[in-house]
Ligand binder design. Structure first.
Ligand SMILES: Cc1ncc(COP(=O)(O)O)c(C=O)c1O
Length: 343
């Protein structure tokens, strides 16, 4: 029996339709700008984000790194939530590659208030301090449980940042999960930012790729950075073809992943020794805490029974639902968890 894989939505396999499109895609050299499938995907992606232009990048991490590079210069500072992916999991790329210092701001739920934004901006007339050039927001917010920032809260933070003269980058790795959860168009979320990165290879189930979007000027700059980072790919239309299918067919179905996550969270919350904050389970990520067992031990025991998962703290777990998980898998997983906890 195939394992139930809750480690991440990145494990989702491409659909049969994507595989077919990948085989049949007309191709060219995208570094020269003449891959027709990639060019088409960039048009569609920019339109979906309400931006002028877009460029294909290998990963969300590279998209965010480019977002930092085009919005801030070496010696400047970028404000980010202290639990953001950019600060936590991107191997200090901002510092190592761009010479940009991140200022981490602890927040209640990944949502920065206008007051916090203002407080984090350095006074421009003090030569001791770096210039605050930009801010980044994350929606949905991974380490804060996959929550989707309400639009008015995001707008308030973004308007404040712009009023302070900052550029805004959105880590929209899961922007479509946010859009589906909030019942809004992804472009409304992206409108809060000057540049946005979103991932094709997470909930949208593509094998590889993310897209960086912004103004023509930002995307020209992004293409230069992409080349510098070694991310210029040639007949990348084989991957873009899957992206086109994803944007057409994989967005609305994210509601199914959210509903599976909800059922999972409710079921986990009923198990003895498990605490799950249901208010945070708004999309496809389910974080929960174990009272009587360590998270690594729980993970090992689940793995032995065919349930793959990820622990994120000594007693903290994360389960992720995606295209490869059906309603029946959720029930089987709950049974496995119950067995492990009662063994
Ligand atoms: C919120 C967020 N941003 C960015 C990334 C980075 O994406 P990638 O793994 O494609 O580099 C991830 C990956 O899980 C993520 O969760």
């Amino acid at each position: 029996m195939a394992a139930i894989d809750f480690r991440s939505d990145t494990v989702a396999m491409p659909s049969p339709e994507m595989r077919l499109a990948m085989v049949e895609a007309p191709l060219g050299d995208d570094v020269f700008g003449d891959d027709p499938t990639t060019n088409r995907l960039m048009e569609v992606a920019a339109e979906r984000m309400g931006k002028q232009a877009a460029t294909f990048v290998p990963s969300g991490t590279m998209g965010n790194l480019i977002g930092i590079a085009v919005n801030a210069h070496s010696g400047e500072e970028l404000i980010a939530d202290a639990d953001s992916h950019v600060f936590y999991y991107e191997t200090a790329g901002a510092a190592a590659v761009c010479g940009v210092q991140i200022r981490p701001v602890p927040t209640e739920a990944g949502v920065m208030t206008p007051e916090q934004v203002v407080q984090a901006v350095r006074p421009r007339d003090d030569p001791h301090q770096p210039i605050t050039a930009a801010i980044t927001f994350e929606n949905t917010h991974n380490r804060h449980g996959g929550i989707a920032w309400p639009l008015d809260v995001l707008r308030a933070a973004s308007d404040t940042a712009h009023a302070q003269g900052l550029r805004v980058h959105l880590d929209g790795a899961r922007i479509f999960n946010a859009a589906v959860a909030l019942g809004v168009d992804a472009s409304e979320i992206a409108a809060c930012a000057d540049t946005v990165t979103f991932c094709l290879s997470k909930g949208l189930a593509c094998p590889v790729g993310s897209i960086f979007c912004g103004s023509e000027e930002s995307v020209d700059e992004a293409r230069r950075w992409r080349k510098r980072l070694g991310g210029g790919m040639r007949q990348v239309g084989v991957l873009a073809a899957a992206g086109l299918i994803a944007l057409d067919h994989m967005v609305d179905r994210l509601a199914e992943d959210h509903s599976n996550a909800r059922t999972l969270a409710e079921g986990l919350g009923e198990l003895p020794g498990v605490t799950c904050d249901l208010s945070r389970v708004q999309t496809n990520l389910v974080y929960f805490d174990l009272e009587k067992m360590s998270a690594p031990e729980f993970t090992d025991e689940c793995t032995k029974r065919g349930l793959l998962s990820d622990w994120v703290g000594p007693r903290r777990m994360r389960f992720v639902t995606h295209y490869g998980i059906g309603a029946q898998d959720v029930q089987s997983a709950l049974k496995i968890c119950e067995d492990v906890l009662s063994a």
